[in-house]
Design a binder for this molecule. Structure first.
Ligand SMILES: Cc1cc2nc3c(=O)[nH]c(=O)nc-3n(C[C@H](O)[C@H](O)[C@H](O)COP(=O)(O)O)c2cc1C
Length: 326
């Protein structure tokens, strides 16, 4: 008889440094824009939504604003004021009561740019990240993840075509990322901080993944080995099917655990873990419509599809009403 974990490498437990996961199925960060209130606090709906997904090996929350000035979109919750800490505490309590683990993704999505920021602005941004990380600890999270993907502020600093600063943050484009990682790790005693990167991001012309960018990321990833990073959460190249080689490039450079993302299903996720290229795999779109994704994998059940019209809008509809498989 084959053990279920032989067929499902994903269902084996794994330690991502200080995070002890009962399985390798990670809920990827997914902005759902359900904090439709003046204080940008999570609500009972958030508690229900994350609670329904507590069987994940690890939940990474939706990107969460670190400060007023980091706000980039409407109805996305923050972690920079007392009311938000109290409201997130309810979410973490529910997830923990249901046996789960949850880290908060810390996001700067605002209008600031490398070109427009003074040295004082940069200092204030690092302080905002640090305060948000401390707030996440007080809210009962198991850790935090630094959001450095897409076209937002941190990845702008990492990109040679966008970051043309002439000071230390331009001559060493990884400097801001490293300083943010160190700052957010402080409230966590240098543990329990993940970093999410997207070297292959190509939505805009400026972020097209040329070899220069990929080589720059080689250096960022190797340098992160000298910083307190519990895991690297990597978005692979967008090719229509999961691109193992794009993940493996950075797997070889990073000494710690790696979570792979982008386009995985049960079969490819098991294969990437079995091949030793990733320690865990994160799922975004599948987690929207399959709250019991781990059980569906274990039982070889079909996956449901979500409705993109409700990804970023609506209340309970398309958010907490996807049923478990029977
Ligand atoms: C509705 C939606 C919201 C997302 N929000 C975030 C986010 O807040 N932070 C982040 O790092 N990535 C975000 N992403 C990207 C996903 O985490 C993930 O990288 C992407 O969907 C590919 O994974 P998948 O193929 O499993 O869906 C979002 C994706 C979707 C579809």
């Amino acid at each position: 008889m084959t053990d279920i974990t032989t067929r499902h490498a994903l269902l084996e437990p794994v330690d991502l440094r200080d995070f002890h996961l009962p399985n390798r199925v990670v809920m990827a960060p997914i902005t759902r824009a359900r904090a439709a209130n003046d204080l940008l606090v999570p609500t009972e709906l958030h508690a229900a939504y994350y609670g329904q997904r507590a069987s994940a090996g690890l939940i990474v929350t939706e990107g969460t604003w670190i400060s007023e000035r980091s706000i980039g979109f409407v109805d996305v919750p923050g972690i920079y004021r007392a009311e938000q800490v109290t409201a997130w505490r309810r979410v973490t309590d529910v997830v923990h009561a249901l046996g789960g683990r949850i880290v908060q993704q810390l996001w700067h999505g605002g209008p600031e740019t490398p070109a427009g920021m003074s040295a004082a602005d940069i200092k204030a941004t690092i302080a905002d990240f640090a305060a948000a990380a401390e707030n996440a600890r007080r809210a009962g999270f198991d850790g935090v993840e630094v959001h450095a993907v897409g076209q937002f502020l941190l990845p702008q600093f990492l990109n040679a075509k966008v970051n043309r600063r002439t000071d230390g943050y331009g001559s060493a484009r990884g400097k801001l990322l490293y300083e943010v990682v160190d700052a957010v790790a402080e409230p966590w005693d240098g543990r329990r901080v993940g970093v999410r990167l997207s070297p292959y991001w190509s939505t805009t012309e400026n972020f097209a993944p040329d070899e220069e960018t990929l080589t720059a990321y080689d250096e960022y990833v190797t340098t992160l080995n000298d910083h307190p990073v519990a895991y690297l959460h990597l978005r692979g190249r967008e090719t229509g099917s999961p691109d193992f080689a794009s993940i493996d490039r950075y797997r070889r450079q990073f000494d710690g655990p790696l979570i792979a993302n982008l386009g995985f299903d049960r079969e490819s996720a098991n294969a990437v873990v079995a091949a030793g290229i990733a320690d865990a795999v994160s799922f975004a779109t599948h987690y929207i419509a399959n709250p019991d994704l781990v059980a569906r994998f274990a039982l070889d059940r079909e996956l449901a599809s979500g409705d993109p019209a409700t990804y970023y809008r609506g209340g309970a509809g398309g958010y907490v009403d996807y049923p478990e498989s029977r």
